[in-house]
Design a binder for this molecule. Structure first.
Ligand code: GUN
Ligand code: FE
Length: 425
């Protein structure tokens, strides 16, 4: 993004997480933004800034914007239904028939408008999003995100097996369309970029995955897909690719596993070998706890993965997940980690409040560069939070205010948003 040297100063209770270990807090502090990026956070404003006007947010909280690393825009109209089913029957009964409707550009525009408005209202400043196989509808989604100024990666989905005829692409057509789409939309937008998106191994032939790997390499594009979400899915992948050591190994075979920047959603049931490759290849995990509970997929070992220094962010995974509200996704992340700790009696401890806050901000933000924290040189993405309605008597400590916000926060609490140094409106 273009650099400028204009200086903005905001005052308030500044909260971020440089590491997942603890909050960095500046109570009644100052955040100095030069152009797009943060110059510094100060408890006391340095003399050299004394003539610059300050945006004083008083007792409000200033936190980094949320990063949603995994969500499906075309599933927005079917959120909150069909959760009596597990992944594969859910896809067949609800998801595939809904996504087939996106051949109709008018329908796509209607649903995508609702999705983008909601994403924006929920304080998500950066997102990584699945479209459908339909490249024209996917570009409508990209246009809408650009209009709102949400920094995002968007994928035209590829699938050429094990799906209804309405969504099944001819392999060569799928490849041709993807190249055309990539060439058409690369550089077209300021905020929105393409990402290569094989849906998941069961719906992509080896040939298609191999060609997508080549496209990702040739155009230096990131990759997103799903990995080890559900036990039946994993068994199916074993049957489809008996030559591969594990699910992740299939993507790795076709250069879709960290050869360019890669996000794998879910990763609930990983083998130790898979974890080692994820770490070695710097694959980023999108943890989607709301979806994992709704579709009875399981509980991902996030605490263990964090300890191994694997890169992790959070995903709302609409419509496996029911909400784009990242406060709610954070709360689910904590609750699931507690259940895992109690039920599996492993060494894993439940996640802490700073850990989930880190995952929703800097954890996912790393995929976008220097994003998700208020350290010097980071792009200034921020939310200004009014939490007065959450405290009937006097307010607690800043840490307690953030904790309560995670459990009760919603769009009403977000009174201003910044992306890369500019107010979003
Ligand atoms: N695996 C393949 N497609 C999907 C999808 O749309 N949602 C989820 N949760 N998992 C998937
Ligand atoms: Fe998903």
């Amino acid at each position: 993004m273009k650099k400028s040297s204009h200086i903005n100063i905001l005052k308030g209770n500044i909260v971020h997480t440089e590491t997942s270990k603890l909050f960095n807090i500046s109570k009644n502090g100052y955040i100095v933004v030069q152009g797009n990026c943060i110059e510094g956070v100060y408890d006391k404003l340095p003399e050299r800034y004394k003539n610059i006007e300050i945006e004083d947010y008083g007792d409000k909280l200033i936190i980094p914007g949320f990063v949603d690393l995994h969500t499906h825009a075309p599933q927005f109209a079917i959120k909150g239904i069909g959760y009596d089913k597990e992944l594969i029957p859910w896809l067949e009964t609800y998801t595939f028939p809904e996504e087939a409707k996106f051949i109709d550009k008018a329908y796509a525009e209607k649903i995508y408008k609702e999705f983008v408005n909601e994403l924006y209202n929920q304080g998500t400043t950066r997102a990584v999003i699945f479209g459908t196989i339909h490249e024209e509808s996917t570009e409508i989604l990209m246009d809408l995100l650009e209009e709102k100024g949400i920094s995002s990666y968007v994928g035209k989905v590829n699938m050429d097996r094990n799906c209804p005829d309405t969504l099944k692409e001819d392999s060569n057509e799928s490849i041709k369309k993807t190249i055309k789409w990539v060439e058409n939309c690369s550089g077209k937008y300021k905020f929105v970029k393409p990402i290569i998106t094989p849906r998941f191994v069961p719906s992509c032939t080896g040939y298609l995955m191999e060609e997508l790997g080549k496209i990702a390499e040739k155009y230096n594009l990131p990759v997103q897909s799903h990995l080890s979400e559900n036990p039946s899915e994993i068994e199916w992948v074993k049957e489809l690719h008996p030559d591969c050591k594990n699910y992740g190994d299939v993507y790795d075979k076709y250069n879709l596993f960290g050869q360019t920047k890669t996000i794998m959603a879910h990763c609930v049931h990983l083998t130790d070998e898979e974890i080692a490759t994820i770490k070695k290849n710097e694959v980023v995990i999108a943890h989607c706890p709301t979806s994992n509970v709704n579709l009875s997929s399981g509980i991902s070992p996030i605490s263990k993965l964090l300890k191994k220094d694997v890169q992790i962010g959070l995903g709302s995974d609409i419509s496996g997940g029911e909400t784009l509200n990242m406060f709610a996704v954070m709360a689910s992340t904590i609750k699931m980690s507690k259940l895992r700790s109690v039920c599996f009696k492993e060494e894993e401890k439940p996640l802490t409040i700073p850990e989930v806050f880190y995952l929703a901000t800097k954890g996912g933000g790393r995929f976008f560069g220097k994003v998700g924290s208020f350290e010097e040189g980071y792009e200034f993405d921020a939310l200004v939070i009014d939490d007065d309605n959450l405290w009937k008597v006097s307010k607690g400590s800043i840490e307690e205010r953030v904790e309560r916000l995670i459990y009760f926060g919603c769009e009403k609490n977000i009174i201003n948003k910044y992306l890369s140094g500019k107010v979003l409106n």
